[in-house]
Design a binder for this molecule. Sequence first.
Ligand code: FAD
Length: 449
Amino acid sequence: MEITYNRSLPVKYDVDVFVAGGGPAGVAAAVSCARQGRSVFLAESFSAFGGAATTMLVPAYMTFGDGENFLAGGIGREIYDKIRIEAPPRFSRYCPMSIPVETLKILYDDMVTDAGVQYMFHTSLIDVIVENGKIEYVICAAKGAVFAVKAKVYIDCTGDGDLAYYAGAGWEYGDENGRTMATTLCGLWTGIDWSRVKGPDSRRLDDAFADGIFTNEDRHLPGMWRLMEESKNGEGVSLPNGLGGSNAGHVYDIDARESASLTKGIVKGRKQLLEYRKYYKEYLDGFEEAELVYSASYLGIRESRRITCDYRMVLEDFKRQAVFEDEIGRYSYNIDIHSPTNDKAGYETFIKDHTSLRYKKGESYGIPYRALTVSGIENLLTAGRCVCTDRYMQSSIRVMPGCYITGQAAGIGAAVVCDAHSTDVHDADVHEIQKRLVNMGGYLPNYRD
Ligand SMILES: Cc1cc2nc3c(=O)[nH]c(=O)nc-3n(C[C@H](O)[C@H](O)[C@H](O)COP(=O)(O)OP(=O)(O)OC[C@H]3O[C@@H](n4cnc5c(N)ncnc54)[C@H](O)[C@@H]3O)c2cc1C
């Protein structure tokens, strides 16, 4: 059964640029654009900016640089400098950048507010009105109101490509069988005696499998990250709380585009986390007194729609360390495709790609502006994990520093388009975008003034 539903809506915001989604890409897009003097409205479904790092409790940043150069210059650098003071490198176990989640939430609140971005939490983009290939309005649902937003340029930073999807743009999803990387419900832990912890966390999985601890025998365990406990004058101070953030346990066959599937996934993820609690406490030194304090309020989504834009980044671009004339940044994280299936073959493919498809120091690939300009829609850009790629490139560019790079480029791109009294993102002055990115600290070694 279907019904037709008509109603009049207020146009609550009339701005230069609308950004959907306030994860790393959305914050970078909104802040960089507003700092160019453009009016921006940012709609975020949840109650904090940060996306995966806050709502999904992902505990660590992957690389900001290529070992020689800082690639996520600009917005990424600002955040890096601030967070690094809060979480000195020696306090994290595997990664120099574990995430102090409350600090990050407030940092984002301040950055967005100080830039003059208008924003609202608890506000979801739910529809788009397109006329002749141009977005005229988007529809948002907030607590107590459904309203329209009018903008000149729109940026999709939803991670799932919701805005582009509602606008009728093209997209790809998953592998040849429509399967995406498995999801993970992350968690926050306390009571870990980090002085006795030795990695890797997967080392006693076989024993636990033999003892029937797990309902799924999942060989891929990214593990527990040591989270920052306190800082004083930029120096870390260890408290006895033993905080940790887990990236443990895949939930398979979840469709990030549908609430019904996400619901099933988070229910399963919560039960599965209890199995990991047992594993950590009973099998690994240092975790005997560990407690799971809180599981994320959103299932961790690694992969969803990849939006069709004017250029599709592919594995060959990674291998040849591509250079583009319209380059808006470079990035270097290795190929990291978590298997969509829980079997030996899937895990072995992950390991093979993860270890062979990685760069040496100083190597990186270029990101063209055209990978952000959504095909067939005049005034739509995208950034973050849903930019136009194949699955290999998505698995690299999806990590947070990569999302800062594409987010800020989309924000600056939108500002340049507005400054030219245009709405056509496909016809933007790319040289001007590059110039502004360099001025704000972006890493564009192939740019010539
Ligand atoms: C389990 C897991 C582990 C990971 N590990 C790491 C890691 O160690 N290091 C690393 O750097 N990266 C890691 N990543 C990847 C990284 O966190 C994400 O790919 C990255 O955050 C994507 O950024 P984004 O801004 O594109 O999307 P997201 O971070 O997903 O943010 C999207 C935002 O848009 C909002 N939104 C969605 N739809 C709408 C809508 N319709 N209307 C309004 N708002 C909407 C969401 O609430 C969210 O805040 C991991 C990811 C997962 C899931």
